[in-house]
Design a protein around this ligand. Structure first.
Ligand code: F6R
Length: 260
């Protein structure tokens, strides 16, 4: 696991966008995994700036991590609408290549299986962008989610509904259920890139980076990923123990001495 500590939220977004841009430059038809919520917004802003500077994202495909169940796709807080507003439009993606789980399906289990099949048919996700909940969830894999889980229906934890109430007029309006990629689905992405900013994420970051792999802190499953990068600002890093080591590894990246 690579841990990159930068000054603040803008630098988190700039670093993550740089990583994604490298992948797209090498593979213009890359498959991106996209997250919603506040955490990735600076990354999308930085990617939009790179697009203005010439980065072509028109051939990439994208798969959203999750969607609420029972919310109209044109509701402004549905993840269909959020992905269109925050990702597709500013980055100039081709909407026909962007998928979001169908939380309105009559058969949600079939919709979940179909989503897995669509990801597989696209050749898998090249880079999965992730945020993290204060309780350690990634996607909407709440604590005690199976580490091997696939896309499925989950009940949102009360803490998650409370955190997301800021996007709705009241807590009552926050859906109770979602369709989310599983932890096993996320692990299948070729690269994972988790971004977090602010002190409210510091405890979860410390748990998933330096704690044991445990379904109690679902993001800790990234310790099992071969190419996971955690990009955090100083505040989100404030409960980590090995910060000097993470800074040291970043300083010495790319200067491996033969025989060392
Ligand atoms: C959203 C998602 C969630 C969020 C997490 C953090 O697609 O999968 O895991 O990343 O709830 O949300 P924010 O960034 O709003 O704090």
């Amino acid at each position: 696991m690579e841990v990159v500590i930068v000054a603040g939220p803008v630098e988190v977004g700039a670093f993550a966008a740089g990583r994604i841009a490298e992948i797209v430059a090498a593979k213009p038809e890359a498959v991106l995994g996209v997250a919603t919520g506040s955490s990735p917004l600076e990354t999308y802003r930085a990617l939009a700036a790179r697009r203005d500077a010439g980065l072509d994202l028109s051939r990439v495909s994208a798969f959203a991590l999750d969607e609420y169940v029972g919310i109209a796709h044109d509701h402004p807080e549905s993840y269909h609408a959020v992905v269109d507003r925050e990702v597709v439009q500013p980055l100039g993606l081709d909407a026909a290549r962007v998928r979001v789980p169908n939380g309105l399906a009559a058969d949600l289990d079939a919709a979940a299986d179909d989503y897995e099949a669509q990801i597989a048919a696209a050749g898998g996700v090249d880079v999965q962008l992730l945020g993290i909940g204060g309780n350690g969830h990634i996607g909407f894999n709440e604590p005690t989610s199976s580490l091997a889980s696939r896309t499925r229906v989950k009940t949102l934890a009360p803490a998650t509904r409370e955190a997301n109430a800021r996007f709705f007029d009241s807590l009552d309006q926050v859906p109770m259920h979602c369709l989310t990629q599983g932890l096993g689905t996320i692990l299948d992405a070729k690269r994972a890139l988790l971004v977090a900013q602010g002190a409210s994420k510091a405890h979860a970051i410390a748990q998933i980076v330096e704690g044991p792999v445990s379904s109690m802190w679902p993001g800790s499953v990234l310790q099992l990923h071969r190419h996971a990068t955690i990009v955090i600002d100083e505040a989100a890093a404030s409960e980590l123990t090995l910060t000097d080591y993470y800074r040291y590894t970043v300083e010495h990246r790319g200067v491996v001495q033969p025989g060392a």
